[in-house]
Design a protein around this ligand. Structure first.
Ligand SMILES: CC(=O)SCCNC(=O)CCNC(=O)[C@H](O)C(C)(C)COP(=O)(O)OP(=O)(O)OC[C@H]1O[C@@H](n2cnc3c(N)ncnc32)[C@H](O)[C@@H]1OP(=O)(O)O
Ligand SMILES: N[C@@H](CCO)C(=O)O
Length: 353
C-alpha cells in the first residue's frame, strides 16, 4: 500500500484486506469475516484530497488499469501521478475477495450454495470497511458503471459529505423488472445445467456460458450486431452471431464461475437506493455530493431515462450521454466521449482532480 510514500509509485499490485468482524447483511444473515482484494495506484496527497475510487461492473476485477485502460493509467484521464486510485474486487466475486468458493469458517468447507445473499448495500458496506482500513477520510471521486454504479450510488448515500463527486455510468437508482427479468433468465440457464447442485467449482459452467450469451444480447444494441455480426454470404445455418455468442459464453465461463455470477446478479436485483429511506426520489435528494449520471443513448438494459432520473432527483445532479451503437457496454469502451464528459464535469465545478 502506498499511502505514506513521498515518491510516485505507479506500479500496482493486488493486495488483500481481511475484515475479522461480522458483517451484518440486509437479509439478516451475517458474514463471519471476509477478505477484499484491492489495488491502489499513485499516492495520497498530504491533504488526502485526490482519491478516485473505482467500482467495477458484474464481471470485472480490481485491476482497473487493465479493463478501463483508456481512462486509468499513466498519462490517462485518471493518472496515478496525480490521483490515488483505488479499486476493490466486490465481495462475492471470484477475483480475490470472499466468494461462494471461499472457505466457510463455520464448516471448514467452501460455502458453495450456502453463501449468503448480498445486496448492493451490503457490497457498499464491505467497501466502507476497506476505506476505514486504508485511512481514507474523504473520496474526491467515486465512479462506477452498471452494477458498479449501483454500489457507488448506495455508498455515496451513506458516505454523505465524505464523498465530493459521484459518477454513475449506465446504471440506475433501483433495478427495473426488465433487468431482473434478464438476470432471472440467466439464472434459469445456470439451473438448467445438470451439474448445478454439485459441490464443485465447475458446477453450472455450461449454464454460465448460456447465461453470458443471453447477457450479451442485453449489453449490445442490434445496430452493433448488424455492423459486426452480419453474414455476407447466403446461409442456412452457422450464422456469425451464433458463433460470437457461443464464443463470448465460453470466454466468460473460462474466467468466472456460476456461483459468483449467481450471487452478483442477485445483488444487482436487490438494488434500491430508496429501500427503508422513504423511496428512491427522497433518497436521491439526500445525496450530499455532486452526481454525474452518464447514460448511453442505445443502452437496452439500463435505459438512459434511468440515468436521467438520478440526475433529476439528486440534489446536485447532472446528466450527460454517450452516443454509441455498442449499447450498454459503451461505458467500458467509448473512451473519447467519456474523457470529454468527465473534463466538462470537473471544469464546471472547478474541482480539478
Ligand atoms: C481477468 C479478467 O479478464 S477480468 C476483467 C475483464 N472484464 C471486465 O472487466 C468486464 C468488462 N469488460 C467487458 O465486458 C468486455 O471486455 C468489453 C465489453 C469491454 C469488450 O468485450 P469484448 O468481448 O472484448 O469485445 P467484442 O464484443 O468486440 O468481442 C471480441 C471478441 O469476440 C471474438 N469474436 C468476434 N466475432 C466473433 C464471431 N463471429 N465468432 C466468434 N468469435 C468472435 C473476437 O475474436 C474477440 O475475441 P477475443 O476477446 O478473444 O480477442
Ligand atoms: N460487460 C460487463 C457487464 C455489463 O455491465 C461485465 O462483464 O462486467
Amino acid at each position: 500500500m502506498n499511502l505514506a510514500s513521498n515518491y510516485l509509485i505507479l506500479d500496482m499490485a493486488q493486495e488483500t484486506y481481511t475484515y475479522e468482524g461480522e458483517l451484518e447483511l440486509e437479509s439478516g444473515e451475517k458474514l463471519n469475516g471476509f477478505e477484499i482484494a484491492y489495488t491502489t495506484q499513485g499516492h495520497l496527497t498530504p491533504e488526502k484530497d485526490n482519491v478516485v475510487w473505482v467500482i467495477h461492473a458484474l464481471t470485472g476485477d480490481a485491476n482497473v488499469q487493465d479493463w478501463w485502460n483508456g481512462l486509468v493509467g499513466e498519462d490517462k484521464f485518471y493518472d496515478p501521478s496525480r490521483h490515488f486510485i483505488v479499486c476493490a474486487n466486490l465481495l462475492g466475486s471470484c477475483y480475490g475477495s470472499t466468494n461462494p468458493l471461499s472457505e466457510n469458517p463455520g464448516t471448514g468447507q467452501p460455502y458453495y450454495y450456502d453463501f449468503p445473499n448480498l445486496t448492493t448495500r451490503d457490497l457498499a458496506n464491505s467497501l466502507e470497511t476497506l476505506r476505514i482500513h486504508l485511512g481514507i477520510s474523504g473520496i474526491h471521486t467515486l465512479i462506477g458503471g452498471s452494477l458498479g454504479g449501483q454500489v457507488a450510488l448506495e455508498w455515496a448515500y451513506t458516505l454523505g459529505e465524505k464523498v465530493k463527486n459521484s459518477i454513475i455510468l449506465a446504471s440506475n437508482a433501483k433495478t427495473s423488472p426488465w433487468i431482473i427479468g434478464f438476470n432471472e433468465c440467466q439464472r434459469m440457464a445456470i439451473e438448467a445445467d445438470a451439474s448445478w447442485g454439485d459441490k464443485n467449482p465447475a458446477a453450472g459452467k455450461k449454464g454460465l456460458e448460456a447465461a453470458r450469451a443471453i447477457a450479451m444480447i442485453s449489453y449490445r444494441h442490434p445496430q452493433d450486431f448488424a455492423i459486426k455480426q452480419s453474414d455476407n454470404e447466403d446461409k442456412l445455418d452457422n450464422f456469425r452471431i451464433s458463433s460470437y455468442l457461443r464464443y463470448q459464453g465460453q470466454k466468460l465461463a473460462n474466467r468466472f464461475n456460476a456461483f459468483s455470477y449467481w450471487v452478483l446478479s442477485k445483488a444487482m436485483d436487490s438494488h434500491d437506493i430508496g429501500r427503508g429511506r422513504g423511496g428512491v426520489e427522497k433518497a436521491l435528494s439526500k445525496l450530499k455530493c455532486r452526481v454525474l449520471a452518464i447514460g448511453v443513448d442505445k443502452d437496452l438494459l439500463f435505459l438512459k431515462e434511468e440515468s436521467q432520473m438520478i440526475a433529476q432527483h439528486a440534489l446536485k445532479g447532472t446528466y450527460q450521454e454517450i452516443r454509441s451503437a455498442y449499447g450498454h457496454d459503451a461505458f467500458l469502451i467509448e473512451y473519447d466521449q467519456l474523457q470529454y464528459i468527465l473534463s466538462s464535469f470537473y471544469l464546471e465545478s472547478n474541482t480539478n482532480t
